[in-house]
Design a protein around this ligand. Structure first.
Ligand SMILES: CC(=O)N[C@H]1[C@@H](OP(=O)(O)O)O[C@H](CO)[C@@H](O)[C@@H]1O
Ligand SMILES: [Mg+2]
Length: 547
């Protein structure tokens, strides 16, 4: 065994792995109670160094548990261009996390042999964390792993997840994507935002927003962004972490799931509100209408808004670029119909999990992807980027076309193409609303959401449920899909599907119909089938109360 691997085994003594726990690198990396994660972080330090050697580039490790409760934490690795870790490496991460302390050397050797990695190459890793109190000691464990591998590293302290993705891309693109500093991030976004902002007063659009920072990093970083925006937007940050707990009764997940504003937020009718999640890679908007009724503008509404605007700019520029939208099965059926039938934009459906959407979005020149819960961004292909840049400087084009291409270049600067980014997406939405002179109501009126219900069912083994067709059809257990089909057929605009969660030990049931009562009933009836056919545990699902 090489010296480095022997050191890695020795180093494990300070980060012992408890018996009887199985860790899995899932949709969002490792995520668990922070108290048991120390050995996982050490091992991810080892793996991040290997990944860097394999890619001959800087990679990154983000320590966060996103929207989960404060006592949880987690870690995810980021590839050189700011993408999520390549899927094939998830297995290596899982194997290494589960290796006994004394077997770490052989587990590393297996990865080195399988991928023919030259261990003598240098490695370099960027590290950051969210605001969780467990962050600093877990960072230390990760750094210990990097140090025994002889890796260089930069610890950026507290950042949003998308900021870290951005920084690693800036670094590996030798600055072509931007300056490799946190300040550089604010400068790039703010400059594009200010240039896209038109002068003149608006009739409906008010440059005033309230941001719910989920008591997390998004609140801190919005405050750092604010001075760069001059007075173009009045932002009030609430749930800024000064009193409440991270993600507790606030944040994008709370607002989306509970369909209500965080308690304690004082909101005037029509006031645009924005909720970030715990690591600021998700965003949803909401407002109360004049009757005080809550209205959510989720990832589907955001992608429709963005695709519509970029589509107009592309047409106005005269460039031949295809625009597509990528959703998951959780997208509201009205949004899919609106995109396809009214906006005539092609829509692809991907499996849940950002990496699947990201991958599909690469098939378009301009690919807009969002999960309904508010995680998403826009990808411009290299060719599209090139064409847009050339057109923006082509004096032979008429000024309308050139102006549209210039706005597209600014939109490319404003959008964090590496990953969904709450701060960047928020600025993109504000830009479009301002340009269109829309209030929240105007945006919301593009289409009317169908009522839906999302439930969780506990079963003995969630892998008993298997799916195909981007998770819209269950192939196991036998008879489940037939039962769902029969139930769905009873209701107007009924739609339902089930899938095992990638992040929780549950099966998720989704149902949608033309009224809330029917969506609730359909979700319940499908839950009963899951419970009966897929080995439900605990009490049988109870029908929705009709009060
Ligand atoms: C219905 C739902 O919201 N699912 C979430 C959730 O995945 P599950 O596999 O459904 O647990 O967490 C993922 C990671 O954050 C996110 O990408 C996804 O959208
Ligand atoms: Mg998140």
């Amino acid at each position: 065994m090489s010296d480095i691997l022997a050191e890695a085994v020795k180093g494990a003594a300070a980060h012992p792995r408890p018996e009887g726990i199985n860790f899995t690198y899932g949709t969002a990396g490792f995520r668990d109670k922070s108290t048991i994660l120390d050995p996982v972080l050490y091992r991810m330090g080892l793996l991040a160094a290997l990944r860097s050697k394999a890619k001959k580039a800087t990679v990154a490790a983000m320590i966060t548990a996103s929207h989960n409760p404060e006592p949880d934490n987690g870690v995810k690795l980021v590839d050189p261009m700011g993408e999520m870790l390549e899927a094939a490496w998830e297995k290596h991460a899982t194997d290494l996390a589960n290796a006994k302390d004394e077997d770490i050397g052989s587990a590393l050797q297996r990865i080195i042999d399988a991928l023919d990695i030259d261990i003598s190459l240098p490695s370099d890793v960027f590290v950051a964390r969210d605001t969780r109190p467990s962050g600093p000691p877990l960072t230390q464990a990760l750094l210990d792993g990097l140090k025994v591998m002889g890796s260089t590293f930069t610890d950026f302290g507290i950042l949003t997840t998308p900021q870290l993705h951005y920084l690693v891309r800036c670094h590996n693109s030798r600055g072509a994507y931007g300056e490799t500093t946190e300040e550089g991030y604010y400068k790039k976004l703010a400059q594009a935002f200010l240039k896209l902002r038109e002068d003149g007063t608006k009739k409906k659009y008010q440059p005033v927003v309230i941001i719910d920072g989920a008591n997390g990093v998004g609140a801190l970083k919005t405050r750092k962004l604010q001075p760069h925006l001059n007075d173009s937007l009045k932002i009030t940050v609430c749930n800024d972490g000064s009193s409440g707990k991270l993600n507790e009764k606030c944040g994008a997940d709370f607002v989306k799931v509970q369909q209500k504003p965080p308690p304690g937020m004082e909101i005037q009718p029509g006031q645009r509100c924005v909720s970030f999640d715990g690591d600021a890679d998700r965003v949803v908007f909401f407002y109360l209408n004049k009757d005080g009724v809550f209205n959510l503008l989720d990832g589907d509404k955001i992608s429709t808004l963005i695709a519509g605007y970029l589509g107009e700019l592309v047409s106005a520029s005269g460039l031949q670029l295809n625009i597509g939208v990528v959703q998951t099965a959780y997208a509201n059926g009205s949004s899919t119909r609106y995109l396809e039938d009214v906006m005539k934009v092609p829509v692809s459906c991907a499996k849940t999990g950002v990496k699947h959407l990201h991958h599909k979005a690469l098939e378009f020149d301009v690919g807009v992807y969002f999960e309904a819960n508010g995680h998403g961004t826009v990808l411009f292909s290299d060719q599209a980027e090139q064409k847009i840049k050339v057109a923006s400087q082509d004096d032979s084009l008429d000024s309308g076309k050139r102006e549209a291409a210039t706005r597209l270049t600014l939109m490319m600067d404003l959008i964090n193409q590496t990953v969904g980014d709450a701060i960047s997406d928020f600025l993109v939405v504000e830009t479009i609303l301002s340009t269109r002179d829309w209030a929240a109501d105007d945006w919301n009126m593009q289409y009317k959401d169908l009522p839906s219900r999302l439930l969780k069912i506990k079963v003995k083994d969630r892998t008993a449920v298997q799916t195909t067709d981007a998770e819209r059809c269950a192939t196991a257990p036998a008879g489940l899909q037939e039962a769902i089909n029969k139930l769905v057929a009873k209701y107007q605009q009924g739609r339902s599907f089930v899938r095992p969660s990638g992040t929780e030990d549950v099966v998720r049931v989704f149902a949608e119909a033309d009224t809330q009562a029917i969506a609730d009933m359909l979700a319940h009836e499908v839950s009963v089938q899951v419970y009966q056919l897929a080995g439900g545990v605990g009490e049988q699902p109870q029908p929705p109360s009709t009060s």
